[in-house]
Ligand binder design. Sequence first.
Ligand SMILES: NC(=O)c1ccc[n+]([C@@H]2O[C@H](COP(=O)([O-])OP(=O)(O)OC[C@H]3O[C@@H](n4cnc5c(N)ncnc54)[C@H](OP(=O)(O)O)[C@@H]3O)[C@@H](O)[C@H]2O)c1
Length: 276
Amino acid sequence: MTTQHGRISILGLGAMGRALAGALLEAGHEVTVWNRTPGRAGDLVARGAREASSVMEAIEAGDLTVVCLLDDASVRETLAPVVPKLAGGTLVNLTSGSVRQARELAGWFEGYGVRFLSGGIMAVPSTVGTEGAFILYSGPRDVFDQVAPALGPLGRPQWVGEDPGFAALYDMAALSGMYGMSAGAAHAVALVHAEGGDMEAFRHEVLGPWMERMLPFMVAGADVSETVPEEYNPAMQATGLENILSASGEAGVPAELAGHLRTSLWGMRRAVLAAG
Ligand SMILES: NC(=O)c1ccc[n+]([C@@H]2O[C@H](COP(=O)([O-])OP(=O)(O)OC[C@H]3O[C@@H](n4cnc5c(N)ncnc54)[C@H](OP(=O)(O)O)[C@@H]3O)[C@@H](O)[C@H]2O)c1
């Protein structure tokens, strides 16, 4: 496969598939696209992409096929009719799914002799191809080494292991971390709003700088053990968490918004008990 300006086929022209195709065109690749519902390739065709009228036609037009559909079931449904003809081909699946689905999908493709990689996109459509975007890949290292230069324009390629489930695993775990932070930010803003504070000033002058400052500590301190480093002083932390929960109750902020605080409080109480 030519890595600088290779021929790449994209299956799926949803918001993400379109962004992937656009970034590859921008980088000078020869891009062929296919979508279940025709008529979504217009602007990509105007930018130089070729629209295939069938899945097999699209796959045959590329040295490498990138799949970005809704879910695991849509990948299976789309590729089942053609997979026996794909032996020796290279396919990268950037469709989100569970860890088990990714492992089973890899086994399915490998059973047909397809060189296969699973991926997880750490970007949204508008940030694909921009600085800071990165894509997790897992599966055979030699397949990664083959495709990484061609797929670099989508976002920094990052291989996370031979286990084909690991891209999905790290993707979902990272998203879980992000949603936890979102829940915390939503609770914080609700609290300030309920007590009559200036939400804009709070967001930009307090919450943003504080979360940015604490982020490295949150990431470094995330652990599965019940032990809490001594300098964290779990008894003091538990009292602090109880204060926030009280403030939240006084302000009438819905209890479900404070769920993450209760989880942290249980953790601190367990740490106090474990320390004797
Ligand atoms: N958007 C994001 O911010 C983002 C970020 C990271 C990862 N992802 C992942 O990227 C994947 C695509 O997301 P998206 O934002 O592009 O979703 P989307 O805009 O909803 O597009 C879904 C795509 O899947 C196709 N599709 C759905 N069911 C199908 C089926 N049974 N057979 C064939 N094609 C089918 C749709 O085709 P039709 O046009 O025919 O309906 C469309 O091309 C998802 O797995 C998503 O989790 C998205």
